[in-house]
Design a protein around this ligand. Structure first.
Ligand code: SF4
Ligand code: SF4
Length: 365
């Protein structure tokens, strides 16, 4: 086996990581999220009482796009580490096709597990760095993946109005390798498999491995503590938006705003929210509930757990609301004392000075 193959094998070890503790269904059995199950073309995912079970995975990567909480994660550093000044065109293909490409093309092409792993926010972010992205694709190879065509998977037109950019001309699916020729002349080698890069990949691999071992040890140690989600998809989108000149702050994003209609400030939503997007804070005699739009993954855990069904989703967020890092005030209520049981309580819609336990049932919901 030659040094290039060994380096490739090392790069492709475990391309997708799975963090079942971030799954909404694991956070609360009340979660209604079944996104990964719905999209998996081989019905490989089941939810059990102890967590998530993944069988017969064909590594299509569709769950990466579907999961709001990044339970399934692509090794994005492969794409993010490429210098867009040296390589204005990013050429990507799946590992299956990469092995079929002529060897002389290998240095110009970045391979990932499957093109289905590319989620829209990452593509938008990459498109604001590279002048063009080419996806080498052969539909014959993807017959087993019946969920979506590649054109549907990488459809980022929903962001076109926000970015005022025609993404269709910047993101191209290459089916005939002759179409690559005009771009190869301007490309530098994306992955040099020389001695130095080989040992660098081993060093990076061992660094990652020790981090993974540490992560898993810490997760076991802190199994009672909540592992907060880093909302990476939102992060990539906000970074892409910040690079945009003449940004239209009133343009609508495809994410809805959170609304509150009823609340007794029980804190179930804020305790279970995997990103701290929704928070309940005590301020003097008042309790306030806040929402930070760009932390919200729209996992719906909060609306699923609310006993009063007090949380719902409203109109879409504007770019300005999304980019504002300050938490928005959703609701506030002053402390009261129940006239029946004399317990202190907080309630958003209280009309008769009774806590929700003492109130007639018809007035609770
Ligand atoms: S919105 Fe619902 S879950 Fe959240 S604090 Fe209010 S009552 Fe509790
Ligand atoms: S605010 Fe609700 S939908 Fe948003 S991340 Fe938190 S729990 Fe999920």
């Amino acid at each position: 086996m030659d040094i290039e193959k060994i380096a490739q094998l090392l790069q492709n070890l475990s391309p997708v990581t799975i963090k079942p503790q971030l799954c909404s269904k694991v956070i609360t059995p009340k979660s209604t999220c079944t996104n990964c199950q719905n999209i998996c073309p081989v019905n490989s995912i089941t939810f059990t009482r102890i967590g998530l079970k993944v069988d017969q995975c064909i590594s299509c990567g569709l769950c990466i796009e579907a999961c709001p909480n990044h339970v399934f994660r692509l090794n994005e550093s492969k794409l993010l580490d490429i210098n867009s000044k040296e390589n204005p065109t990013l050429i990507i293909t799946c590992s299956l096709l990469h092995h079929k490409l002529e060897k002389k093309l290998h240095p110009f092409v970045t391979q990932i597990g499957c093109l289905g792993e590319l989620y829209p926010e990452l593509l938008v972010y990459l498109l604001t760095s590279f002048s063009k992205i080419l996806l080498i694709h052969d539909s014959e190879n993807c017959k087993s993946c019946l969920a979506k065509s590649l054109e549907e998977k990488v459809n980022i037109n929903k962001y076109a109005n926000v970015f005022n950019t025609d993404f269709t001309s910047k993101l191209q699916i290459i089916k005939n390798l002759d179409d690559l020729k005009p771009y190869l002349g301007t490309q530098q080698v994306q992955h040099a498999h020389d001695r130095r890069s080989f040992f660098k990949s081993i060093f990076n691999g061992s660094k990652n491995m020790s981090r993974q071992i540490l992560d898993s040890a810490l997760n076991q140690q802190n199994s009672n503590k909540k592992d907060k989600v880093q909302p990476l998809k939102r992060y990539y989108l906000s970074e892409a938006l910040k690079k945009q000149e003449n940004l239209e702050l009133s343009a609508l994003l495809p994410y809805p705003q959170l609304k509150i209609n009823a609340c007794n400030f029980c804190s179930a939503c804020s305790k279970l929210c995997p990103t701290n997007a929704i928070k309940i804070i005590q301020e003097d005699e008042n309790k306030i509930i806040t929402f930070t739009p760009n932390l919200c993954t729209h996992c719906h855990v909060c609306s699923d757990v609310c006993f009063f069904q007090g949380l719902s989703w409203g109109q879409n967020l504007t770019v300005g609301e999304f980019l504002d890092d300050k938490p928005q005030l959703l609701a506030s209520a002053a402390q009261k004392t129940c006239e029946n049981c004399e317990q202190d309580y907080y309630d958003l819609n209280d009309k008769n000075n009774l806590c929700f336990l003492c109130r007639p049932v018809q007035d609770v919901f």
